[in-house]
Write a protein of this length. Structure first.
Length: 684
C-alpha cells in the first residue's frame, strides 16, 4: 500500500510535534544530560520493509501516551507494535521509543533489551547513535559506568548530530571525572581507537593520578597530549594542566650548617659541600621531569635549638613534602620528634647515633647507625669468613661500648662463641693487661682435656668407653702403651661433656701462657672498634706482639691509608667496614664528576657532596614514582632496598636505618673493596 505524499507529510509533521512536546516535558528531564534524546522517530529506507497505515496509527497513539507521561501504556503500545507489525517503517522508532518509555519507568533491564535488539537487528539505522546514547543512560543508571562510557564512545566515533554529540561528550566527561575508577579508565584507553577519545580519557587518568599523588606519571601522560597538533580538542587542556603542575611542584626542606653568619670559609665548607650535591641532583631531575621540585634551604648554624625551630617552620608549609637533614646526630635528635609528629618524612644523610630512626615512622637514617655497623661486621665474619669464635677489644667511651655490645649480641644470635671481651680507656697506649688476658683465654680454648689410659681402670669403666662407641682396638692399644688420649679423640667434639657425664677422670695440661712464641690462634675474628685512626699503631702493634693470630675486624676509623701504611707490618690483612666507597672508575661516577666540575669551577667532589647527591636522588626517585604526599613518601622510603648511590647503597631496615656497608681490606699497601654487607638482604 502506498500513501499519498501529502498524507505521509501530515503523519510526519504530527509525529514530530508529538515528539518535540515529549522532548521538552519536565517530567522526563533530570539534567540536560539525561534527556532521553533522539530525532523524530522515522526510518531510512534501509530499515523499512513495508509501509503499514495501521502501524503508523499505532505509533502515533503510543506517542500520545508518551507525551502524556503515561509511560506504562506507551511501553505496552510500542512493544505491541513491534511484535504485531514486524519489520515495518516504524519498527526502529517503536524500539527506541519503547526503550525510552521503559527508561522513564526505571525498568532499565527491558529498556536495555529493546535497545540491544535494535542495534543488533538494524545496524544501518539512522538512529543507531540515538540508541547507543540511550543505552549509555541505562548503563549509567544501573551503575555499569564502564559500559556506559563504551556506548558514549560508539556515539562520538560516528555521530554527525551536533546536539547529540555535545550531550554525549558531557556525559562522558561526567563519567570519567566522577564515576570511572583508574583501572577502568586505563582499560578504556587501551580499547578506544579515536585520538580525540584517547586524549579525553588520558586527561582524566592524569587527574586521578594527581589525586593519588602520582604526579610524575600524570605529567608524562599530559605531555603526550600537549605534543599533539594544536588543533586537537584536548591539547589546550593538557597544556594548561602541565603549566599548573610546573607552577605547583613540591618543596623539599634542606637543613644544613651553612654558617652564613660567619666570615670563616672553612666553617662554611661542610654545609656547602652537601648543598652542591643536593642542588645538582635537583637540577638534573627538573631538566627531565614536568613536575618540578624546589628546595627550601635553611641554615642550622650547628645549633640544635635553632634546628628544631626551623623544622617546625618547614613542617607548617603544606608544600614541603619531605626534609633532607640535619646532618649531625645532636641536631636530628632535637628536631626529629617535631617532624615525626607533623607527619613529614625526615631523612638524615650522615647522622650515625643509634636510636634516631626509632623516634618514629617518618624518620630515616641513610647512614648506618652504630648498632648496624657492629652487626654488619659480625654478620660478614660469620657468613663470609666462616668465623665461629670471636673476641672484642674496645674503648670504654660511649660509642665503643655501643659498637661492642651490638657486635656481641649479633654473634650470640648467630650462635657464635665469645672467647673474651676486653675494654681499654680511650687514648691508652698500654694494652698489656687486656691482651695478656685475651691471650690466656685464647690458649685455654686450645687446651684439650686428656684421659690417662695407662692408669689402672676397672672393667666397668672400660665398658663405658665401648658403650660410647670407642673402637676396642684403639682402646687396647692405648692401654697397652699406657698413653693419655684427648677426650676429642675418644668421644668427638663433645668429649669433655661426655667424659664428665661418665665420671671419667680427666687431666688438663696448661700451655705456658707467657711463652709468646706460642701463637694464640683460637679466635677466628677480633672486633676492634677504635675511637680514631690514631689508635691504629697502638692496637695493631700490641696484638701482633702478643702473638694473637686472628682476623682483625674494624670500623670506619681504620679507613686511613697513610696510618695503615705506616704500620703495615702489623696491619696487613685488616678488614674494616665503610659507609662510603665510591667506584670512581665507574661510568655513573665519571658522568657525575663531569657535571659537578662543570657547575662548580672544576672543583673535585668530596664525600659530603656524594652523600647529599645520593640522598637527594633517593627522595627524587620516590617523587618520580608518583609519590608527592608526605605519608606516601614515608611509606615508599620505608620499602627502599638496594638503592644504588655513588657513595654507597641504601637499604632500609624495618627500623628505617640503612643496613648497607662496603667491606674493605688493607693488603700489600693498598685498600681493596672486597665485598659488601647488607643485613636486610641477608635476612637479618
Amino acid at each position: 500500500m502506498v500513501l499519498s505524499t501529502s498524507r505521509t507529510n501530515q503523519l510526519r509533521i504530527l509525529s514530530m510535534k508529538v515528539y518535540m512536546r515529549i522532548l521538552f516535558s519536565p517530567a522526563i528531564i533530570l539534567f540536560v544530560l539525561f534527556l532521553v534524546p533522539g530525532s523524530a522517530p522515522a526510518q531510512t529506507l534501509s530499515d523499512s520493509i513495508v509501509f503499514k497505515p495501521e502501524a503508523e496509527r499505532a505509533f502515533i497513539e503510543a506517542m500520545k501516551m508518551f507525551q502524556a507521561s503515561r509511560y506504562d501504556t506507551a511501553s505496552v503500545l510500542f512493544t505491541r507494535l513491534v511484535s504485531t507489525y514486524p519489520r515495518n517503517h516504524r519498527t526502529t522508532g517503536a524500539l527506541i521509543m519503547g526503550a525510552k518509555a521503559f527508561y522513564e519507568l526505571k525498568d532499565y533491564r527491558e529498556s536495555i533489551r529493546l535497545l540491544k535488539n535494535m542495534i543488533d537487528l538494524y545496524p544501518q539505522s539512522a538512529y543507531l547513535d540515538d540508541a547507543h546514547y540511550t543505552l549509555a543512560l541505562n548503563y549509567f543508571r544501573t551503575g555499569r559506568y564502564e559500559d556506559a562510557t563504551s556506548e558514549c564512545f560508539a556515539v562520538l566515533h560516528k555521530s554527525k548530530d551536533i546536539s547529540l554529540t555535545a550531550r554525549t561528550e558531557r556525559l562522558t566527561e561526567m563519567l570519567a571525572a566522577s564515576y570511572l575508577t583508574l583501572p577502568e579508565l586505563q582499560r578504556l584507553l587501551s580499547e578506544t581507537k579515536s585520538d580525540e577519545m584517547k586524549s579525553l580519557v588520558t586527561i582524566h587518568i592524569a587527574e586521578k593520578l594527581l589525586r593519588t599523588g602520582d604526579v610524575t606519571t600524570a605529567g608524562e601522560m599530559l605531555k603526550k597530549i600537549a605534543l599533539l597538533p594544536p588543533g586537537g580538542k584536548y591539547v589546550k587542556n593538557a597544556i594548561a594542566m602541565l603549566e599548573q603542575l610546573k607552577s605547583r611542584g613540591i618543596k623539599v626542606g634542606v637543613l644544613l650548617p651553612l654558617m652564613l653568619n660567619t666570615e670563616s670559609m672553612p666553617s662554611r665548607a661542610l654545609g656547602l659541600e652537601f648543598l652542591e650535591g643536593i642542588q645538582l641532583a635537583v637540577d638534573e631531575y627538573n631538566q627531565k621531569m614536568p613536575f618540578k621540585v624546589f628546595l627550601d634551604v635553611r641554615d642550622t648554624e650547628r645549633d640544635p635549638s635553632k634546628t628544631a625551630r626551623l623544622v617546625a617552620d618547614l613542617c607548617s608549609d603544606e608544600k614541603v613534602s619531605a626534609l633532607l637533614g640535619p646532618i649531625s646526630s645532636n641536631e636530628v635528635f632535637s628536631s626529629a620528634g617535631i617532624s615525626n609528629e607533623r607527619g613529614v618524612p625526615l631523612i638524615t644523610p650522615t647522622a650515625t647515633a643509634t636510636g634516631i630512626a626509632a623516634i618514629g615512622p617518618y624518620i630515616f637514617q641513610a647512614n648506618p647507625d652504630y648498632d648496624i655497623r657492629a652487626r654488619d661486621a659480625a654478620a660478614f665474619a660469620w657468613n663470609t669468613l666462616g668465623a665461629r669464635t670471636f673476641a672484642v677489644l674496645a674503648p670504654t667511651d660511649d660509642i665503643g661500648k655501643q659498637l661492642a655490645e651490638s657486635f656481641i649480641a649479633e654473634v650470640q644470635s648467630l650462635g657464635g662463641e665469645m672467647i673474651d671481651i676486653q675494654w681499654y680507656a680511650s687514648g691508652s697506649t698500654d694494652l698489656r693487661s687486656e691482651l695478656t688476658s685475651m691471650r690466656r683465654k685464647a690458649l685455654m680454648k686450645l687446651e684439650v682435656p686428656t684421659i690417662n689410659l695407662g692408669a689402672k681402670m676397672r672393667q666397668s669403666e672400660l665398658n663405658k668407653f665401648i658403650k660410647w662407641g670407642v673402637d676396642q682396638r684403639i682402646l687396647d692399644s692405648l692401654i697397652e702403651r699406657e698413653l693419655s688420649a684427648p677426650v676429642t679423640l675418644l668421644f668427638g667434639q663433645r668429649g669433655k661433656i661426655i667424659a664428665d657425664s661418665l665420671k671419667i677422670p680427666m687431666h688438663l695440661e696448661h700451655f705456658k701462657y707467657d711463652s709468646l712464641g706460642l701463637p694464640a690462634g683460637a679466635i677466628d675474628a677480633l672486633f676492634v672498634p677504635i675511637a680514631s685512626s690514631e689508635e691504629i699503631p697502638i692496637v695493631s702493634s700490641q696484638i701482633k706482639y702478643f702473638n694473637i693470630q686472628t682476623q682483625i675486624l674494624g670500623t670506619g676509623d681504620w679507613n686511613d691509608l697513610s696510618m695503615l701504611d705506616l704500620n703495615r707490618q702489623y696491619t696487613d690483612g685488616v678488614i674494616f667496614f665503610a659507609d662510603s666507597y665510591p667506584e670512581v672508575s665507574s661510568e655513573p661516577y665519571r658522568i657525575f664528576e663531569a657535571k659537578y666540575r662543570s657547575a662548580n669551577n672544576n672543583k673535585t667532589p668530596g664525600t659530603n657532596t656524594l652523600f647529599g647527591y645520593d640522598v637527594m636522588n633517593l627522595i627524587l626517585q620516590v617523587v618520580g614514582e608518583g609519590k608527592s604526599r608526605r605519608k606516601d613518601i614515608a611509606e615508599e622510603l620505608a620499602r627502599v632496598i638496594g638503592f644504588e648511590g655513588l657513595h654507597s647503597h641504601i637499604s632500609f631496615s624495618k627500623n628505617r636505618v640503612n643496613t648497607f656497608l662496603s667491606v674493605l681490606q688493607y693488603k700489600a699497601r693498598q685498600i681493596y673493596h672486597i665485598g659488601n654487607i647488607d643485613l636486610v638482604q641477608t635476612g637479618r
